[in-house]
Design a protein around this ligand. Structure first.
Ligand SMILES: Cc1cc2nc3c(=O)[nH]c(=O)nc-3n(C[C@H](O)[C@H](O)[C@H](O)COP(=O)(O)OP(=O)(O)OC[C@H]3O[C@@H](n4cnc5c(N)ncnc54)[C@H](O)[C@@H]3O)c2cc1C
Length: 417
């Protein structure tokens, strides 16, 4: 930390400013400070973060890392780089890096009413407990080590990726380790700021705590402000999607699976002596959850996004809906004893940096039409996975003048700006 405005610019210096202390900004700072041509006596790297490191989705995401993510030109590379980073810096210990299985699971719960009469059709008023039953069909379709779901609730399971192509990290821990490693190599971090003006010879920001204005030299500015990037460069199109998540602390460790689930909760339409559900159930509800086992007895669960509340400014004013979090907890805990016995340790919301209403969009990584201004943003649902390749590409653009680790392809912002 420190006051970077004290720096004086001189010929030959490269003053690089990264706006945004999410996983993209912090990993980019890591790769810049670890590039063979980086020389702290002539290069400065400063991360300007409006709130705190990992304030946005990077501190609240699931952490799935996959070579089968998209886009193709960086997903495989980034998977390998995650592996390298973990080997080099003790990622297993520091940010929970490990290989995982990944599968699609469907489960159904129909409450049983002992006297045959419906008790309630409202999901939120159904008390947790074991007074319901599954579909009545026993299943042995789960792998033997995926033993933390109630087998009678599971309707189908399909593994679509194994440990050769899939891993996980704890995103908040990974992001804070990247920034620490960058700082150890000379980067600076300034927190709690509002960047007000920018041009590529200097940048002015306001310290939110003191209202003092600071002006810094800047020969390169990298916009890595996730879903907030359009507030700095309106030409970048984004329609940020809010998503809720919860974390549970379990009584015991569960096996390393990241699961995409559809959980159908039926209304009270069955009786004990009539175990088959009436299909379709008029008031049943299916909720899609991503359920990720993590090391240290933690399980992370997130649901699909909503556009109910637009992206807030300031960046630390994201609203969490208690009801959305409760729906996640209600659904997940009805299909797993282990989850039901867990303690809820976090209820969160964050915004996905995505365009076109949440459909697939490729990130923007590289130079813009404005000299010295680069973008590293719009990573949609794969920003954790693709952060290392993004950081490496930006470091190569700055020091080698072109991307050498992969084909930049359609990620080049100049294709659309
Ligand atoms: C629920 C959920 C689960 C996810 N799970 C996964 C997953 O399992 N795997 C995966 O690969 N991806 C996942 N993602 C996607 C991933 O989280 C994002 O793509 C990634 O975090 C984006 O990182 P970022 O650094 O671009 O943005 P952010 O994390 O949003 O960081 C942007 C930062 O910029 C700061 N900022 C904004 N404006 C300014 C300004 N003017 N000045 C200074 N700072 C500013 C903000 O405060 C913030 O800290 C998930 C996303 C969500 C929402």
């Amino acid at each position: 930390m420190g006051d970077p405005s004290a720096q004086s610019g001189h010929v030959g210096r490269e003053d690089i400013i990264i706006i945004g202390g999410g996983i993209i900004g912090c990993t980019t700072a890591y790769y810049i400070t670890h590039h063979p041509r980086f020389n702290p006596s002539i290069h400065s790297v400063t991360i300007l973060e409006a709130a705190k490191i990992g304030n946005g989705a990077s501190g609240k995401a699931g952490g799935l890392v996959a070579s089968w993510a998209y886009p193709d030109n960086i997903a495989g590379l980034s998977f390998e780089l995650h592996n390298e980073l973990a080997q080099e810096h003790g990622g297993a210990e520091l940010w929970g890096y490990r290989r995982v299985h990944c599968g699609q699971l469907t489960a159904v719960r129909y409450p049983i009413v002992p006297d045959g009469k419906p008790k309630s059709t409202s999901l939120s008023t159904i008390a947790l407990g074991k007074w319901w039953s599954g579909s009545g069909k026993k299943t042995s379709m789960l792998p033997h080590d995926l033993n933390w779901f109630d087998v009678e609730a599971v309707q189908s399971y399909e593994e679509f990726a194994d440990t050769n192509s899939t891993a996980q990290v704890h995103p908040a821990h990974f992001t804070s380790c990247m920034v620490k490693l960058a700082e150890q190599s000379g980067a600076r971090v300034v927190l709690g700021i509002d960047s007000t003006q920018k041009k590529i010879v200097s940048l002015t920001y306001t310290d939110k705590a003191t209202s003092a204005k600071h002006t810094m030299q800047a020969s390169k500015i990298i916009l890595a402000a996730g879903p907030w990037t359009p507030t700095l460069m309106p030409q970048v199109q984004m329609s940020p999607l809010r998503a809720h998540s919860v974390t549970l602390k379990l009584k015991q460790q569960v096996s390393a699976y990241c699961l995409f689930t559809d959980i159908t909760l039926g209304a009270a339409t069955l009786s004990l002596d009539h175990a088959e559900p009436i299909d379709p159930l008029p008031s049943s509800k299916t909720i899609s959850l991503e359920i990720y086992a993590r090391p240290n007895n933690e399980v992370y669960i997130c649901s699909q996004g909503d556009f109910d509340i637009p992206l807030p400014r300031p960046t630390d004013a994201v609203e969490v809906s208690p009801q959305s979090c409760q729906e996640i907890i209600d659904a997940a805990t009805r299909v797993s004893d282990e989850l039901r016995d867990g303690l809820v340790t976090g209820r969160r919301a964050c915004y996905l940096p995505v365009m076109n209403g949440g459909t697939r969009s490729d990130p923007l990584v590289g130079y813009t039409g404005v000299e010295g201004l680069l973008l590293a943003t719009r990573h949609s649902c794969w920003g954790i996975s693709n952060a290392p390749a993004t950081g490496k590409m930006i470091s190569e653009l700055i020091f080698d003048g072109k991307v050498v680790c992969t084909d930049i392809g359609n990620l080049d912002p100049r294709n659309i700006l």
